[in-house]
Design a protein around this ligand. Structure first.
Ligand SMILES: Cc1cc2nc3c(=O)[nH]c(=O)nc-3n(C[C@H](O)[C@H](O)[C@H](O)COP(=O)(O)O)c2cc1C
Length: 355
């Protein structure tokens, strides 16, 4: 690819990944790209999409397609959000601020991680788009409560409680590289003894590993914002999320970074959708790399999807512009797939479009 702004010439998210690999420190790239153990689940997330086939109708006269949707009631240009991801300063100095601004200009949701390199307030002030705040519950409940209050004051529209990281997954690539995620002052942990810890140390010392569903109820009680429970893989847990007051779940295995050999998100999506029967919005992340993948997830019952690694690669390749390009590529691919399927809008994408 030509030098300079090579992200402009990317024709797929895979091109952006190749650019990021060249641009990033190897240990930072491996932190982003890697998964747990043998990376079976990491590969399965993508393989599950590759196993599905889109089943088109012809001669439908569909030319103009509309990808607009709502997520937790808010209008979005397409139901594709940016998943919470730690330490975005590793990809680009503007990190979370650049990613949030790209999401806002594309009209999609940005989800800010608890472990951001830029503080909550700076991200909130930099964007006028819809953003959600992802929470990891800390042993110090006052600190946890403070994080939620800060996010609410900074303008977030939902709290996303991640429940699949009581401990960090066993990640070979990080261990081999000796990667600890050391950052000069984690933006949201400006407290004595915490601000200077690496990500790995912070998780080990401050994150609460002993959580139960009662803690979900406690987070629910902290604010009137909608609560999203992220990291659900079974119908039973989705039903519990509904019972504990969640407005949505994210069917997710943390991008294959936690329990290796757990199922691909897409493979359990339909069972979760059936179990909650419309009581909750159901989102999915893990392995979404093409506009056609988005259409498949929606056809199988997701209200929307999130991407993780692809936008981190785009951030490394081109900052805010790179992330905008990634979202534009997904939008173009989605429209192309919908036109060829014969579905003019997302309401007309149904189970019958996937075999
Ligand atoms: C580098 C990296 C950091 C992540 N950090 C977080 C995090 O702080 N909180 C969280 O809930 N999920 C985190 N995730 C998981 C993502 O939110 C998401 O579930 C996953 O990346 C989706 O899979 P994909 O990368 O295949 O799109 C992280 C993922 C990556 C790749």
């Amino acid at each position: 690819m030509p030098g300079g702004a090579a992200w402009k010439d990317a024709v797929s998210l895979h091109d952006l990944e190749a650019l990021a690999r060249a641009a990033m420190d190897p240990e930072a790239f491996d932190f982003v790209a890697g998964g747990a153990g043998d990376e079976v689940t990491l590969r399965e997330n993508a393989a599950a999409f590759a196993r599905r086939r889109l089943w088109p109708r012809v001669l439908t006269g569909v030319v103009e397609v509309d990808t607009s949707a709502t997520m937790l009631g808010a209008p979005v240009s397409m139901p594709v959000g940016l998943a919470p991801a730690a330490l975005q300063g590793l990809a680009h100095p503007d990190g979370e601020i650049a990613a949030a601004q790209a999401a806002a200009s594309a009209g999609v949701v940005y989800c800010l991680s608890t472990v951001s390199t830029h503080p909550i307030e700076a991200v909130g002030a930099a964007t006028d788009g819809a953003w959600w705040f992802q929470l990891y519950i800390q042993k110090d409940r006052a600190l946890t409560e403070d994080l939620v209050r800060r996010a609410e004051a900074a303008g977030c529209r939902a709290v996303v409680l991640t429940v699949d990281l009581p401990v960090t997954g066993y990640r070979d690539r990080e261990l081999r590289q000796g990667f600890a995620g050391r950052w000069d002052g984690l933006g949201n942990f400006d407290r004595p003894g915490l601000g200077d810890l690496s990500l790995r140390e912070l998780i080990a010392t401050s994150f609460d590993p002993r959580l139960t569903w009662d803690d979900v109820g406690w987070v629910r009680s902290l604010s009137a914002l909608p609560l999203v429970v992220k990291g659900i893989l079974t119908p039973d847990d989705a039903e519990l999320a509904a019972a504990y007051g969640a407005s949505a779940v994210v069917v997710s295995n943390h991008g294959g970074r936690q329990l290796d050999r757990c199922p691909a998100s897409l493979d359990v999506l339909e069972d979760v959708v059936t179990a909650v029967g419309g009581r909750l919005e159901v989102y999915l992340d893990g392995g979404v790399r093409r506009g056609g993948d988005v259409v498949i997830a929606l056809a199988l019952g997701a209200q929307g999807v999130f991407i993780g690694r692809p936008y981190l690669y785009a951030l490394a390749a081109g900052g805010e512009d790179g992330v905008r390009r990634a979202l534009e590529l997904l939008s173009v691919e989605m429209r192309n797939a919908m036109t060829l399927l014969g579905t003019p809008d997302l309401g007309s994408v149904t189970r019958s479009h996937v075999v």
